[in-house]
Ligand binder design. Structure first.
Ligand code: HEM
Length: 591
């Protein structure tokens, strides 16, 4: 008996060692079926040199991209970009963008790359959420079409939120943790549109929705690094924190969906005031769910899961962007002039459109505001890949160079190289806020679409912060609107103090985070209206509580996990990321 137990232990140990060696081989030495003739950026020909560069890709991908871009892309050659977390990517020269964008989704699929990067089947709460396009419909239809309908509400929410987090003291400068405070502001604006008042100001709901938005990418990164065999075992532990926040979100959303469902009449327009006074994501999602014959979509659970993931897409990317732009302005040698120039433009546009100050037409006329955002996104786009697709054709695909890529490999272009290329953007490493505000004939990148400055939502071969082609970000109209409103309100109501040096953005694999621990000093401008900010009102409408509690008994509220959410894990991880921020090789400067 003892002998057989020892034998079993030995067998298990041997299996584990073999598996571990296989894992190391896959991560560091395998070519993943890619043609052996393709050069790897930053590496020599030997497997050891390749393994070294793969290790470096975890925190030093920026240098590797630059190496590949100048050595190969600029010479019309294909190269392989290492990626320790999600595997190598084949990078095409920019001249092959047309071919890349033309490939149908059943040959090259962009969505698959996102799902893999986010480990969607484990982190995105439900397989439907990432696989189908309900979000796409809703974002393109309601969220984009109705931008003007909620412009005033968004401005009101911004003013309330800024008052809350930055205060109204016009005498003294205040040191604010930029990322954290803007996370709350963006969380509130997004939720004002997605779920409306009063929930968008509910602290408990906001904490969960913004925490989920912030941590889900970190969670996905950790799962990506695990050996596949351990993912089913450790995956649930790693995602437990995010799921605890989903359950807390559900606690707020389920009853609202219940209340709305009880009054729901399929076919009726939610904008008809006789039927519904709600015009928010929950109502749009209900209509969408009833418009196709899938009962699984009509549950509070599904609607809440979709809302949670949509909030992640909407909140995290926008907060990163506005944090970056404010640091860029603050670190510019022309910090005060930039703010004055933005104010001058905003004031002159809004003076011309009384009653419609914050509508889409007014925002479109604010070229400097638009450009200040676009330029910051060029410098600090938060994912270094511009367009990246997975080969899903079972037989693989031949790329224009004639090389054959097998099923499952990834091919695309990286935006970082072109965004920082002097020949596309003179003085490319400097923040030039009004670079894009010039009319098209003066534009540095030669695009000739119209004799007008670019608009923030326009993607090009040279500007891919929202990606490019038919899978470019569908939320970009909403994001652009939200960011322009927020930047305008910030500069109109606050002064930003100049800083001597811009804090650097940490790279983690191909993701470029904002400087989340850095602070800025701000001061309320004199003679700006201070808005009273009452405590958050109750989450549900009073009428809801007048209902018979039995009406809710059929609701499948998700059960709270008995484990406490792992805030420890989050704090530890963030500390680790902070300690690796210094690994950035040559910092970008801001003029
Ligand atoms: C400044 C803010 C934003 C930036 C920079 C941004 C950027 C991006 C990028 C680069 C992608 C493509 C990822 C890839 O395929 O590699 C993307 C996809 C996506 N974004 Fe955004 N985004 C922003 C705001 C938003 C907002 C506000 C929403 C929703 C309201 C949103 C919803 C989505 C969705 C659903 C996708 C996936 C599209 C698909 O797979 O076809 N984004 N975004």
């Amino acid at each position: 008996m003892l002998l057989s137990t020892i034998n079993m232990s030995w067998c298990l140990a041997v299996i584990l060692i073999i598996y571990f060696m296989y894992y190391i081989w896959c991560r560091f030495f395998s070519l993943h079926g890619l043609p052996a003739n393709l050069p790897w950026a930053g590496a020599g020909n030997s497997p050891l040199s390749r393994a070294r560069i793969i290790r470096k890709s975890l925190f030093g991908l920026r240098e590797i991209i630059q190496d590949g871009y100048y050595k190969y892309s600029k010479n019309e050659q294909v190269f392989v970009l290492p990626n320790l977390a999600t595997g190598p990517e084949v990078i095409l020269p920019m001249s092959q963008m047309k071919w890349l964008l033309e490939q149908p989704d059943h040959v090259l699929n962009q969505n698959e790359v996102n799902s893999e990067f986010l480990h969607a089947e484990r982190t995105m709460l439900h397989p439907h959420v990432i696989r189908d396009t309900v979000h796409g419909h809703i974002i393109r239809r309601e969220l984009t079409k109705d931008l003007d309908n909620y412009a005033e509400a968004a401005v009101e929410e911004i003013q309330h939120a800024l008052n809350n987090v930055w205060g109204s003291n016009t005498q003294d400068w205040k040191d604010v943790p930029l990322y954290d405070t803007l996370l709350e502001v963006i969380g509130r604006i997004s939720n004002r549109v997605l779920v409306g008042l009063p929930l968008c100001r509910d602290k408990d709901y906001l904490r969960s929705t913004t925490t989920f938005a912030r941590s889900v990418v970190i969670t996905a990164g950790m799962i990506n690094l695990l050996p596949p065999m351990l993912r089913p075992i450790l995956g649930p532990l790693i995602t437990a924190y995010d799921k605890s926040h989903y359950r807390n979100i559900a606690k707020h959303i389920f009853p609202i969906v219940g209340e709305r469902m009880a009054n729901f009449k399929p076919g009726l327009d939610y904008r008809n005031p006789d039927y519904s006074k709600h015009n928010d994501y929950i109502q749009w999602a209900l209509h969408d769910a009833f418009s196709h014959n899938d009962p699984a979509e009509r549950t509070p659970e599904m609607i809440t899961k979709r809302l949670t993931v949509l909030s992640f897409a909407a909140i995290q990317s926008s907060v990163i962007t506005i944090t970056n732009v404010l640091f860029d302005i603050a670190a510019s040698s022309r910090c005060e002039q930039i703010q004055d120039s933005l104010r001058e433009e905003i004031n002159s546009v809004i003076a011309e459109k009384p009653g419609q100050e914050w509508r889409r037409a007014s925002l479109n006329a604010m070229n400097r505001v638009d450009s200040a955002l676009r330029e910051s996104m060029r410098l600090w786009g938060f994912i270094s890949r511009g367009v990246m697709k997975k080969v899903v054709a079972p037989g693989g695909v031949d790329i224009p160079s004639g090389d054959h890529l097998p099923y499952g490999s990834k091919v695309g272009v990286t935006s970082y190289g072109i965004h920082h290329d002097e020949s596309a953007y003179p003085n490319a490493l400097h923040y030039d806020p009004f670079r894009f505000a010039a009319p098209s004939e003066k534009r540095p990148d030669g695009e000739k679409s119209a004799n007008k400055p670019f608009n923030l939502v326009t993607t090009t071969d040279n500007w891919m912060a929202f990606s490019h082609g038919r899978h470019a970000c569908p939320g970009r109209w909403f994001a652009a609107n939200q960011l322009k409103l927020l930047l305008s309100q910030i500069v109109l109501n606050y002064d930003i103090e100049s800083i001597p040096e811009r804090p650097q953005n940490p790279w983690i694999n191909n993701t470029v985070g904002p400087p989340i621990w850095s602070t800025l000093r701000i001061r309320r401008r004199p003679n700006t209206a201070s808005i009273e900010c009452p405590e958050a009102p109750p989450t549900l409408s009073p009428s809801f509580f007048e209902k018979d509690p039995k009406d809710l008994s059929s609701f499948p509220f998700p059960q709270r996990d008995s484990r406490r959410p792992s805030t420890f894990l989050d704090a530890k991880l963030l500390q680790h990321l902070a300690s690796t921020a210094h690994e950035i090789a040559s910092p970008i400067t801001v003029s």
